[in-house]
Design a protein around this ligand. Sequence first.
Ligand code: CU
Length: 207
Amino acid sequence: MGSTATAALLLLLLAAVPAVFAVTFKVGDTSGWTSGIDYTTWVTGKTFRVGDTLEFIYGPSHSVSVVDKAGYDGCDSSGATQSFADGNTKINLKTVGTMHFLCPSSGHCLGGMKLAVPVLAAASSPATPSSPPSPPLSPRSPPKTGSPLPSASPPANGTPESDESLTPPPSPLTPTLSPSPPNAASKGVMSYGIIGAAMILMYGVTA
Ligand SMILES: [Cu+2]
């Protein structure tokens, strides 16, 4: 397989990570599931979530056994809950926790052909409670936000990595609190002045 194909595959994986959609991880990448690969290194830096899929691609001399931590640590597949030998095994990550795999072929696990994958909760949950960015504040906020669209302000001062739900609430609140007291006070003073001037004028007219 060419390096361009690998790069394209990596780009696809990177593009899919921030999305809500599930990710399929090809175990060992282009090497697949085989001897001589450090799968601890392969796991490092990757984030596995419930809903993602592991794909094991391997030759006839290998297999995949799903074991517990003791089996993983001791390279013992006797207690395997599942075993596969079809050459292309897809494992759906369904629960939070660490999943353990090994190759039961003699000596392969001891040679490093084993895999421990930490599975985190699905990423879709934090997106749900977000969105209502308080539209009723629009008449008073224009002086500070500048843009007519209330949805355009959060990305400007918010950080691109953090959740959108956290940054928007503080920014619309601060501009509304500060301008309103001075406006009300100045309007009150102006209306008093106008009333006073009107009274003086009326007195001048009647006198
Ligand atoms: Cu093997």
